[in-house]
Design a binder for this molecule. Structure first.
Ligand code: ADP
Length: 466
């Protein structure tokens, strides 16, 4: 049953729920109206019964031998009864007397014994078209072991007709209203959910090969429109990721192909004729150099993939950024010295909650670039500043700078600006992409500004507290 139910369409299930809910509500509503009207109509009769009761209690008493007295006189049961109708039942629920002008023989049923010990209002029929309303109360009789019951009776006004009509109207109206509810509910849900069918059709046609398609958004303000918009945005991001992946695979294979081809060519040329030991040494040396580049490239690619894929473990701790910068500059000073460059640090004492390994790696890439792309004898300055809960580390050089039209793309992977595309300088165009990815992992930023009057300024910024 549950499986059958689950296989039904959403609009079918909604219509059924709607119908069931409607039926229940209508039934409760009808019952409430019926009870309310019935009580309202019976109220004057109940008042009259209470008046009768007061009168009876004033005049009626029980004499010796269970004899009923009216105004102290024994009641003549044979005479026509002209006072309020009543019954007296003893403690064992036996009838002591029934005083009314009706002839028992003409009645279909006689009233049954009332419940004992508490006030009770009830209705019962004595013939097919005569109903009585009865009010029974406990009655204390001197000498009796338990309370008797006094029941006052009156003809129930002919409420049956209007109440019966009301019940009939409700009984007929209920299925009609419920059917209308179900049909209306089905039509409305069908109408409102129709964009879902269209979305399902559109979505089915979208494949990894064709991520440029989008779902139709009929009304961007309703839930379905918002769902389609969110889905479209996700598709957009997927499309970007797929495109980036395609670019990455194309770039990576292109970059890997060059050293592999060089490796093979050097080997093949070396084997073409027999050579001296010295020549073989040189050939193997150059092949090893190429293999080393290849290994470096693969390592960098892995580093980037780890950082960009969100798999980079981050271990934050309080880090003295000024000390980290000085240490990093000290390590790379030898490279600057080799080019007779002047590498200076200008740092204030500051601490940030960050991962020292990743931050150091990011900074190292920047200083390495500054050395690489600055001329012999150039000036490189690394400065540390703290402002508004953020720490920024800038690497400023007086090197070749980056042409304006290429500045936007410098953090793209495998991008190499200007004439630095030559492999002579040794870069793969991955350093800044890795730096940016690390900064993202650390919740920081990497910014580039052209230097004055020339050169570049790269800035890493992180929050003091993680
Ligand atoms: P690479 O390994 O080639 O240096 P990067 O991602 O670190 O790769 O840098 C990308 C490109 O940005 C470099 O090839 C270079 O053209 C340019 N670049 C990076 N840093 C500097 C700099 N300090 N001065 C001039 N150009 C730079």
């Amino acid at each position: 049953m549950i499986r059958w139910w689950r296989r039904r369409t959403l609009r079918f299930r909604l219509a059924v729920w709607y119908g069931l809910g409607g039926t229940l509500l209508m039934a409760c509503f009808s019952a409430a109206i019926y009870t309310f009207v019935a009580r309202r109509m019976a109220r004057p009769l109940d008042h009259a019964l209470r008046r009768d009761l007061t009168e009876i209690e004033t005049h009626l008493s029980v004499g010796p031998g269970r004899q009923l007295l009216w105004n102290g006189q024994p009641i003549q049961t044979t005479a026509r009864w002209r006072h309020p109708w009543l019954e007296v039942w003893d403690g064992d629920r036996n009838l002591v007397a029934r005083l009314w002008p009706l002839k028992d023989a003409q009645l279909d049923t006689l009233p049954f014994a009332p419940p004992r010990g508490r006030e009770n209002l009830s209705i019962f029929s004595v013939t097919s078209d005569l109903r009585l309303r009865a009010l029974s109360v406990p009655m204390t009789v001197p000498g009796a072991p338990s309370d008797w019951t006094l029941r006052v009776l009156r003809v129930h006004q002919r409420l049956d007709d209007p109440l019966g009509t009301l019940a009939l109207i409700m009984a007929v109206a209920l299925p009609i209203v419920v059917s209308l509810l179900v049909i209306g509910g089905y039509a409305i849900t069908r109408r409102w959910l129709s964009p879902l069918d269209e979305m399902a059709r559109d979505a089915e046609e979208i494949t990894a090969k064709d991520l440029s398609r989008r779902l139709t958004v009929e009304n961007p303000n309703d839930e379905l429109g918002r769902l389609a918009t969110v889905f479209n945005r996700t598709l957009g991001r997927l499309e970007d990721s797929f495109a980036a992946l395609d670019r990455f695979v194309a770039d990576a294979s292109h970059e890997l192909r060059t050293p592999l081809t060089t490796l093979r060519t050097v080997g093949e040329v070396g084997l073409r004729r027999s050579r001296s030991v010295q020549e073989y040494r040189e050939i193997i040396g150059s092949m090893l150099e190429e293999a080393q580049r290849l290994q470096f490239l693969v390592e960098r690619l892995l580093e980037l993939a780890t950082a960009e894929g969100g798999h980079q473990p981050v271990r934050r701790e309080p880090v003295r950024i000024d000390q980290l910068v000085s240490g990093c500059v000290g390590e790379l000073a030898i490279l600057a010295e080799a080019k007779s460059q002047h590498l200076a640090v200008d740092a204030i004492e500051c601490v940030a909650q960050t991962d020292p390994v990743l931050f150091r790696q990011a900074l190292q890439n920047l200083i390495d670039n500054a050395i690489k792309y600055s001329p012999v004898g150039g000036e490189i300055r690394v400065s540390v500043n703290a402002l508004d809960g953020r720490i920024s580390v800038s690497v400023i050089d007086s090197g070749v700078g980056i042409p304006q039209e290429q500045q936007e793309r410098i953090t793209d992977r495998f991008f190499r600006a200007g004439d630095t595309r030559s492999r002579r300088r040794g870069g793969f165009g991955l350093g800044l992409a890795i730096t940016r990815a690390y900064m993202q992992v650390l919740g920081g930023t990497l910014d580039f500004h052209p230097g004055h009057p020339r050169g570049s300024r790269f800035t890493l910024t992180i929050d003091v507290a993680a």
